[in-house]
Write a protein that binds this ligand. Structure first.
Ligand SMILES: Cc1cc2nc3c(=O)[nH]c(=O)nc-3n(C[C@H](O)[C@H](O)[C@H](O)COP(=O)(O)OP(=O)(O)OC[C@H]3O[C@@H](n4cnc5c(N)ncnc54)[C@H](O)[C@@H]3O)c2cc1C
Length: 420
């Protein structure tokens, strides 16, 4: 059973089904809408999506950028051009792409809907669970009734404010990081001229850097639309998510920046405001039968652009770990836990390094700019081999038709029983 049909939950459903399990996903939302904005999907994630048969579906809506540019936010000067496109695919054997989160979710849902061993129930709020040695039982509030389901395993994929994480034993939740992400998009045809002039040739991911803030732009929706993310400092707004932002306040945070960035801030009127939360102490296993994945386990800041990628890795790693005999699950879970905590810690450190470099001021910014201008771009690519070249989930290629029959494995077979 899976609580949450976000990136972690849907990927986990496909990965477990590929290993022969029957899977039931529950999501509290009545309709999976266009929530979220752009995502960069690095090769460590696209490699796994390809194995699950999702990448092909996604490609129709995604864009493969030719390069990543780091630029000076005030002058617009290019500090570094790092080739992606064919260079990334040749180096890491999988594409680096950019897409809208809704397009990724739709590609995952399409694959889930076609799988005979997966059911997806919307409008199903997982309100409680209990676990014993043989499995877990969940209570679902389905609006007009309460349902109870039982399975061999419960995966809590319910996001940064996971109620599975906070259920029972007290665990610290996600904490505000002091940063706000402002997100907006514009049709490609509506980009202000000054911004068009500032953009590098071709399709790219562009990041403009400055004191305490940065601004990112890349194409999504098969290139028809442009996605913008501005990161600024901000006050703790409480548990608020994706509300309307004020573009005048955003412009003020970029005071002194290149005119083209201000033109975009004005042109894209609908800025949504995402306070950034993170989980300081990642935690996967609540018990041998209840495991957290994705943001529920380790919400992280977007400075390394790896939150969704980590959710995808978690899901595939767990499915691979638990594809053996049920008696071996405790040892497999312990190995999964160690490997994933190490990986998440490395990615979190990379995010901190990026934040320091992107937001540097004074002499640190001068040093950063010198380094970005003078170091061969090839060396920056090599620095990312451990991250983008990672293939350590143990989740190998899925052979179509070769899935182990559900009866041969300890499956997740929900039993329905209405109570209340
Ligand atoms: C500004 C910003 C930029 C980002 N950029 C990138 C990027 O470039 N690349 C990248 O890889 N990542 C990026 N991320 C991170 C990425 O978006 C998240 O890490 C990822 O979406 C987490 O997926 P998830 O499935 O864990 O959680 P979610 O996507 O939040 O899904 C959780 C699901 O659980 C459901 N749910 C919640 N409670 C319940 C319940 N009680 N019962 C049933 N269902 C429930 C919700 O309805 C939801 O559908 C970015 C994040 C932000 C904020």
């Amino acid at each position: 059973m899976i609580s949450g049909a976000g990136i972690a939950g849907l990927t986990a459903a496909l990965a477990f089904a590929a290993k022969g399990f029957s899977v039931a996903i529950f999501d509290k939302t009545p309709r999976l809408s266009d929530v979220g904005a752009g995502l960069q999907l690095a090769p460590n994630a696209t490699r796994l999506l390809a194995r699950l048969g999702v990448l092909e579906r996604l490609m129709a809506h995604a864009v493969i950028p030719d390069a990543l540019y780091l630029q000076n936010g005030t002058s617009g000067e290019t500090l570094l051009r790092m080739a992606l496109g064919d260079a990334a695919e040749a180096r890491w054997n999988a594409p680096y792409l950019v897409c809208h989160r809704a397009d990724l979710q739709a590609a995952l849902v399409a694959a889930v809907s076609e799988h005979p061993d997966i059911t997806l129930s919307l409008g199903s709020n997982v309100v409680s669970h209990r676990a014993d040695q043989d499995g877990a039982t969940v209570q679902i509030d389905a609006g007009d009734r309460i349902e109870e389901h039982r399975g061999a395993l419960l995966l809590g994929c319910d996001g940064v404010w996971s109620t599975r994480r906070s259920a029972g034993e007290h665990r610290p939740g996600a904490a505000f990081t002091g940063h706000i992400a402002w997100r907006a998009s514009l049709p490609r045809a509506a980009l202000p001229q000054a911004f068009e002039n500032l953009l590098p040739e071709g399709n790219s991911v562009s990041a403009w850097l400055g004191r305490g803030v940065h601004f990112i732009a890349y194409p999504v929706r098969a290139g028809k639309s442009f996605n913008f993310v501005a990161i600024t400092k901000g006050r703790d707004p409480g548990r608020e998510w994706s509300s309307q932002g004020d573009s005048i306040a955003l412009s003020a945070a970029f005071s002194g920046w290149h005119r083209a960035i201000h033109d975009v801030i004005r042109a894209a009127e609908q800025w949504t405001f995402w306070p950034l939360f993170q989980i300081a102490h990642p935690h996967f296993t609540l018990s041998e039968r209840v495991v957290l994945l994705g943001d529920a386990a380790h919400a992280m800041t977007p400075f390394a652009a790896q939150g969704a990628a980590m959710a995808i890795e978690d899901a595939c790693a767990l499915a691979a770990a638990l594809s053996g005999e049920e008696t071996g699950w405790p040892a497999s879970l312990a190995r999964f836990n160690r490997a994933r905590l190490t990986r998440i810690a490395s990615v979190t450190r990379r995010g901190l390094l990026n934040r320091f470099a992107y937001h540097a001021a004074g002499p640190f910014a001068l040093g950063r700019n010198m380094l970005l201008r003078s170091r061969p771009p090839e060396r920056f690519l090599a620095d990312l081999d451990w991250l983008y070249g990672y293939d350590g989930t143990g989740f190998g290629p899925v052979e179509v038709g070769a899935a182990i029959p559900p009866s041969a494995l300890p499956g997740i077979s929900p039993t329905r029983g209405e109570i209340g």
